[in-house]
Design a protein around this ligand. Structure first.
Ligand code: ATR
Length: 271
């Protein structure tokens, strides 16, 4: 039996074991996925230990996504660009670090909302690790603009490409919502237990805009609810979670799993 896993701190709430083990079972793959709680000061030992145990691959979550890069034998270009690793593959005894978060978000957006990104004008709310991954992946598509707004001025400037992007304050972005086809919340604002918080106000939102939130707990944030009431097409963070996992699963097994089944498993647990 092959061993796969997740390292993070904390990990007890993670839905990844359930989602991956269900996929292994349904595809009759002899493998098991386990969530390992790893304290930051023991990260190096944990990564070395997993190699000694011939672990076939693992996911990485908060707070280890950047620190784990130091213990990889090789890093994929996307992981380097994002400055973070969420998926590690054991390739003949070498740890290769990848990042499927940005691609996971974009695949979920296009497939679940049935859209093509060419020519789209997109606004990202937030400029942290999640925003960065999504930003670089969006730029690979033929989008017309990806603008970024953030609470802390200056943070977005560290990664944006000036020819395709503008940076705004949250207040400036709130005035401009009508200019965008797609608006994405990449911050944790509105996540359980602070369910009443909203990342930006939606007063200028126009009907038909696609509004996506990477949060999946709660399944419908207050922000998404308001967007829906204002006539937007909305998407929650389950899609990104499922697709980043499906892309990791594909790297480990060569098989792209049934994302609808994965989504069902996750929603059943959250619902
Ligand atoms: P992650 O890696 O998950 O994206 P992060 O790097 O800590 O996490 O980034 C979190 C993002 O949420 C940032 O854009 C942060 O804004 P700042 O750069 O100003 O810190 C944003 N964020 C978090 N809490 C916020 C709040 N209460 N109001 C507005 N923005 C917030």
């Amino acid at each position: 039996m092959k061993l796969f896993g997740l390292i993070g701190c904390p990990v007890h709430h993670s839905l990844s074991p359930l989602m991956h083990n269900d996929a292994f079972q349904s595809l009759r793959i002899d493998a098991h996925y386990h969530a390992f709680h790893v304290e930051p000061h023991l990260l190096k030992e944990a990564v070395q230990g997993l190699k000694a145990l011939q672990c076939a691959g693992f996911n990485v979550t908060i707070p280890h996504k950047t620190a784990v890069m130091a213990y990889m034998d090789e890093l994929d270009e996307t992981a380097k660009q994002m400055g973070a690793v969420n998926t590690v593959v054991n390739e003949n005894g070498k740890w290769i670090g990848y990042n499927t978060d940005g691609e996971g978000f974009v695949r979920a957006l296009c497939e679940q909302m049935n859209i093509d990104l060419s020519g789209a004008r997109i606004l990202l709310v937030g400029a942290g690790g999640a925003a960065r991954g999504i930003y670089f992946t969006l730029l690979k598509h033929r989008v017309s603009a990806v603008d970024v707004c953030n609470r802390t001025a200056g943070k977005a400037e560290t990664f944006i490409a000036k020819q395709t992007s503008s940076v705004y304050s949250l207040e400036e972005a709130e005035e401009r919502l009508g200019e965008y086809d797609i608006i994405i919340n990449t911050t944790s604002v509105g996540m359980y237990p602070n369910v009443d918080a909203m990342p930006i106000s939606l007063q200028t939102l126009k009907k038909g805009t696609i509004v996506s939130d990477i949060i999946y707990n709660p399944l419908m944030t207050k922000w998404l609810q308001e967007a829906k009431e204002r006539g937007a097409r909305v998407q929650n963070g389950v899609g990104m979670f499922v697709y980043q996992g499906a892309l990791a699963f594909e790297k480990w097994t060569g098989i792209f799993p049934d994302t609808k089944r994965m989504e069902k498993v996750v929603i059943q647990q959250l619902g």
